[in-house]
Design a protein around this ligand. Structure first.
Ligand SMILES: [Zn+2]
Length: 78
């Protein structure tokens, strides 16, 4: 199967037209509360677990925003 999802930082999980669930690696249009309950998580606990700002929406992003996030992402790891 694929690569371990924990290697993906959350900024990279939010794509232009989909968001990848960091728990199961499934691409989704929207990381819904309903989906997160399968992992015994809520949007709040999911964001806390992956250090995602609470203000971040768990849905796909525009390309412009994605580029900004990737630039931040690769500098702040470790
Ligand atoms: Zn999932």
């Amino acid at each position: 199967m694929g690569q371990p999802m924990h290697k993906l930082c959350w900024e990279q999980s939010i794509q232009v037209d989909h968001i990848i669930c960091l728990e199961c690696g499934q691409p989704l249009q929207l990381l819904s509360h309903r989906h997160l309950t399968r992992h015994s998580l809520t949007p709040t606990t999911y964001k806390r677990k992956y250090h995602i700002p609470q203000t971040q929406s768990l849905s796909s992003r525009s390309l412009r925003l994605r580029r900004q996030q990737l630039a931040i992402c690769c500098r702040t790891s470790a």
